[in-house]
Design a protein. Structure first.
Length: 184
C-alpha cells in the first residue's frame, strides 16, 4: 500500500501546510535575520519540490505498475492540498484575487464531488488532457505569484479560464457517460 508513488503523494500532503505557513509568516524570516524575499524563495522551493513529486509519483506508478487504490485517492488529494494551500496563502497576503481563488475552489469541490458520484456509478475518472493543462497552468501561476514576478495576475486568470474549461469538459464527459449507460 505505501509504495514509492504513495509516499511521494504523502510527502506532498505534508509539504502543503508547511508552505502555507511560510507564505503567511514572512516576519519569521525577518526576525531571524533574513530579507523578506527569502520567504518567497523558501515557499517557492517547497512548492517546486512538491510539484516535482506530482510528476514522479504518477510516472513511477504507471511505469513500474505500482498504481493502487490508495494512490488514486492520495494523488488528487495531494494536488488539491498543495495548490489550494498556495492559492489561499497568496490570497490572504493580498497577492491573488479572491474571486479567482473562489472560482478555482468551487470548481475543485464540484469536480471532486462529481468524481465521487462517477466512481459510485462505475464510470472512469482518469484525468483528461484539459485537467492536466489546468494543473500545470495553476502551478505556473502559483510560481509567478509566489516570486512576485510580472504577469502573475494574468497567469492566474488564464489558469482560472482553463480551470473552468476543464471542469465543463469533465461535466460534459460525465453527462455523456451517464447517457451511454442509460442513467438519467
Amino acid at each position: 500500500m505505501l509504495n514509492l508513488p504513495n509516499t511521494l503523494a504523502s510527502l506532498r500532503i505534508l509539504l502543503a501546510p508547511l508552505m502555507f505557513w511560510i507564505i503567511l509568516n514572512p516576519e519569521f524570516f525577518i526576525q531571524n535575520g533574513f530579507h523578506v524575499t527569502w520567504n518567497y524563495y523558501f515557499a517557492s522551493l517547497l512548492f517546486v519540490l512538491a510539484s516535482i513529486t506530482d510528476f514522479f509519483d504518477g510516472y513511477i506508478a504507471r511505469e513500474l505498475n505500482q498504481a493502487t487504490l490508495l494512490g488514486a485517492i492520495l494523488d488528487p488529494l495531494a494536488d488539491k492540498m498543495l495548490t489550494l494551500a498556495a492559492f489561499l496563502g497568496l490570497m490572504m497576503i493580498g497577492e491573488a484575487s479572491a474571486w479567482a481563488i473562489y472560482i478555482i475552489l468551487v470548481r475543485e469541490l464540484f469536480i471532486t464531488g462529481l468524481r465521487t458520484v462517477a466512481i459510485s456509478e462505475g464510470i472512469s475518472v482518469k484525468a483528461s488532457r484539459a485537467g492536466k493543462v489546468k494543473t500545470v497552468s495553476q502551478m505556473v501561476a502559483i510560481g509567478f505569484l509566489l516570486m512576485h514576478w510580472s504577469f502573475g495576475d494574468l497567469l492566474l486568470w488564464i489558469a482560472v479560464a482553463l480551470t473552468v474549461y476543464s471542469g465543463l469538459e469533465y461535466l460534459w464527459g460525465f453527462k455523456n457517460a451517464l447517457a451511454k449507460d442509460g442513467v438519467k
